[in-house]
Design a protein around this ligand. Structure first.
Ligand code: HAM
Length: 415
């Protein structure tokens, strides 16, 4: 027998029984993003490798260990995108689409990182990514956080903690960096291999290490918050006051750093308490220097992304149902009934109802399918119904008696 071909490890199929949940999330995102004036855009899955090396930083896990890099037939080095921000900024510079002023944009799609697969972590995963390009004030940082809080509420996700921090601007990061290196050098004996390698390249990322042996030393490390300049401190204060006004609960986590190098000032993450070890469902922050780093004009910006698979886990943990959004399943038996069923299904679709037509066969087997379909009602058409020009309407989910009605009357019941 010919051997079967299987999906690549860490790259998952989304099967039809999951799609209602995906659509629920996608619909909610589109609605909420629209409410805040974010417009959709799409960038390629494949970009020049240099975009991510320059944008995300060459001493990050993503660029060092996780990127899918390959040469195309011309020998050009290309990468599957590990995230969306660098591509969006490239596109904004290339098309100069901020010529008319700042712009709010969002995108969605698969991202690729060669990580060890586990619950909530794939090699191909999906993000919704939101970026406010050209905005300087902390009001936009706050707006994005409030937007996410609104989204969680709409999706029924409550077991989630917001952590915020300021990692300052370039000058104070430089001062902090010097202090960090000195601190780590003092504790060189507890540094692991990764930390040693990063000591001079990217010491901030050492703070992100999960190595238990290094935690006491990390706890004692000098804090950026203590060396924040006036402008960055005022920005952070502004953010805190807006979050307070909006009634969004948060915790300042002075240890919060992000795995990508482009951030400055505000960084934030939402962490779920109910989806296991890979618990960060969303993360983002300000990246005021990225445009220049990628060859554009200085442009302040702020954004975030969330992992679709992780948010779906959180929705399921909160009891969200994956049932299809179907109004009616039409059960029919006999040739005349089948014609009637077909006609009625099209008519009801004209009126905006979601209608699935049974495939015929015995009433019993069709009723089983109707029950399993997630539809709210079964419409039953047999010889009797054809003869009396009526249909039998049976509620499938919310209880209630089945009734035989004029089709028009039945339609109004299915509202
Ligand atoms: P990130 O923190 O690398 O940020 O990823 C954002 C979210 O994507 C994570 O919080 C997580 O929910 C999800 N995620 C990341 N890796 C995986 C994975 N291997 N499997 C499943 N889910 C994953 C960024 O990507 C930035 N571009 C966010 C941003 C936008 N910052 C500014 N603008």
């Amino acid at each position: 027998m010919t051997q079967k071909i299987q999906a690549i490890r860490g790259m998952e199929d989304v099967l039809p029984d999951q799609s209602a949940l995906w659509e629920k999330l996608e619909d909610a995102c589109r609605d909420v993003f629209r409410q805040y004036g974010y417009r959709n855009m799409r960038t390629p899955l494949v970009e020049p490798t240099a975009l991510f090396v320059r944008g995300i930083g060459d001493a990050t896990d993503i660029v060092e260990k996780e990127m899918y890099v390959f040469e195309d037939r011309n020998g050009e080095s290309l990468a599957l995108r590990p995230e969306a921000t660098a591509g969006i900024v490239r596109s904004a510079i290339e098309h100069n689409f901020l010529y008319n002023g700042p712009m709010r944009v969002w995108t969605t799609g698969p991202m690729f990182r060669y990580e060890r697969p586990q619950k909530g972590r794939q090699r191909q995963f999906h993000q919704f990514d939101v970026e406010a390009l050209g905005f300087e004030g902390p009001d936009v940082d706050a707006e994005q956080i409030v937007l996410l809080a609104r989204l969680w509420k709409r999706l029924g996700i409550t077991d989630v903690e917001l952590q915020v921090n300021s990692i300052g601007d370039a000058a104070e990061r430089k001062v902090h960096r010097g202090k960090l290196i000195a601190h780590f050098e003092k504790h060189a004996s507890v540094l692991d291999e990764d930390a040693k390698r990063r000591l001079h390249a990217n010491p901030l990322l050492i703070l992100d290490s999960k190595n238990p042996a290094m935690q006491p030393m990390i706890e004692d490390a000098p804090r950026l918050g203590d060396v924040l300049g006036d402008a960055a401190a005022a920005h952070f204060k502004g953010l805190e006051s807006l979050l307070g006004e909006a009634g969004v609960a948060y915790r300042v986590n002075p240890r919060l750093v992000r795995g990508l190098d482009y951030y400055n000032r505000t960084v934030f993450e939402f962490v779920s308490g109910s989806i296991g070890a890979q618990s960060t469902i969303a993360g983002g922050g300000r990246y005021d220097a990225l445009f220049e780093q990628l060859g554009g004009k200085a442009t302040p910006a702020c954004g975030f992304a969330f992992g679709v698979e992780r948010v779906l886990l959180a929705m399921q943990a909160a009891g969200a149902s994956a049932a299809a959004q179907l109004d009616v399943f039409v059960v029919h038996s006999g040739e005349a009934a089948q014609r009637e069923a077909w006609r009625l299904a099209e008519q009801w679709r004209d009126s905006g109802r979601n209608v699935v037509l049974g495939a015929g066969g015995s009433f019993k087997s069709q009723m089983k399918k109707a029950d399993a379909s997630g539809a709210r009602y079964a419409v039953i058409i047999g010889d009797d119904e054809v003869a009396s020009r009526r249909v039998t309407l049976k509620p499938l989910r919310d209880g209630g008696e089945q009734r035989t009605l004029e089709p028009r009357e039945a339609l109004t019941q299915v509202s």
